[in-house]
Design a protein around this ligand. Structure first.
Ligand code: UT7
Length: 332
């Protein structure tokens, strides 16, 4: 590891999950499914639904949680990045709305669209800005209101998703052995047909027909995505371990995207990691897309399960396809 290199380190965290809970029993009433099927096939028991606002409002709550627990002045934030695929509107960006709502008037802002890899992709961008000296205090939020694009008549998808937001602050550090150490990212656009929202964009602008044909919801070929998600997430996690000479002994936690417990288990198995070393909250929140990874990190930090110097591997797979891994050493 090089000495005296400036790295981006997480110096504050915050999270928000809505109060309203939809459990598996609820879905038994609205679609042809069972608690048993959902639990064994996905690991999900409950998910949260945000009824009182948009994605930026959840992001605001995650930031408020951060500001309540850490000494962060919104006016000192110079950059805001929001990973989301459920922006409040096509434009302006959700990050601009967040900036306005939290009074971060000195920040420039943009969104990153990488679906379930939104947080990991944003880390790569954020890390580059911090390491190059362009940003000193960067607010990075993963937020998705998946209930806005879930079809609650389609049992294949509606049981999977929930709403949440979580935030981290990234600042430069020259301390050795801390911060974001490495990132590996991939995309494969040939996967666009397996996971997408078919209408509302320039390809198929919203019309009566697109609404009638239910084209404004998440479409997923679950089986096809499952196959590539298992290999994609496990391969890149093992790749970043090998690149950084890490064994399973060295790693405190794997922080996997929470899409399916079976994908998480397969990834951990490939990394030869014990169950206790895998951050899990899919049973409580389901798949919250760009929020899953920062939500895990915030929750484990709040539960005092993380300590300074812990080596974490973050890994995700999502629409695009987009996937990747981050190796970081915990700094709080
Ligand atoms: O986060 C972004 C990336 N996304 C992912 O990583 C998700 C990847 N995919 C998955 O997690 C899984 O494919 C699902 C959980 C979505 C589905 O599980 P599966 O084991 O792949 O099931 P399947 O799609 O192969 O369906 C098996 C059967 C089908 O019935 P038939 O055709 O065998 O009669 C489905 O119709 O299960 C049926 N099914 C259900 N049954 C009860 C699908 N959804 C349900 C349901 N309840 N909710």
């Amino acid at each position: 590891m090089e000495n005296n290199k400036i790295r981006a380190a997480i110096t504050a965290v915050g999270m928000f999950v809505p109060e309203k809970v939809l459990d598996n029993k609820y879905f038994e009433k609205i679609v042809d499914t069972t608690d048993e099927w959902i639990t064994t096939r996905t690991g999900i028991k409950e998910r949260r639904i945000f009824e009182h606002g948009a994605t930026s409002d959840m992001a605001v709550e995650a930031c408020k949680d951060m500001f309540a627990n850490f000494n962060v002045n919104p006016e000192e934030i110079d950059t805001i990045v929001v990973g989301t695929i459920t922006p409040d509107m096509f434009f302006p960006s959700t990050s601009c709305l967040l900036q306005y709502k939290i009074g971060a008037k000195n920040a420039w802002c943009f969104d990153v669209s990488a679906a379930c890899s939104g947080f990991i992709y944003s880390i790569q961008v954020a890390r580059s800005l911090v390491e190059s000296g362009k940003s000193k205090k960067l607010l990075l939020v993963g937020a998705d209101k998946m209930s806005a694009i879930a079809d609650y008549t389609d049992r294949n998808t509606c049981i999977l998703f929930g709403d949440a937001a979580a935030a981290v602050l990234l600042e430069p550090t020259s301390e050795e052995n801390t911060g974001i150490i490495d990132t590996i990212l991939y995309s494969d656009g040939s996967g666009h047909e397996a996971l997408n929202m078919k209408a509302g964009g320039s390809l198929r602008p919203s019309s009566i027909e697109t609404v009638q044909n239910k084209m404004h919801y998440v479409y997923q070929d679950g089986k096809a995505v499952f196959k590539v998600a298992v290999s994609g997430m496990a391969d890149v996690a093992v790749e970043i371990m090998q690149k950084n000479n890490l064994t399973s002994e060295d790693i405190a936690y794997l922080v996997p995207h929470q899409a399916n417990m079976r994908i998480i288990n397969a990834t951990a198995e490939r990394m030869k990691l014990a169950k206790e070393k895998v951050m899990i909250n899919i049973h409580k929140y389901g798949n919250t897309t760009a929020a899953t990874i920062p939500l895990c990190i915030s929750e484990y930090y709040k539960d005092k399960k993380l300590k300074k110097g812990d080596k974490l591997i973050l890994t995700s797979f999502g629409a695009g396809f987009t996937w990747g891994s981050v190796y970081l050493i915990w700094s709080l």
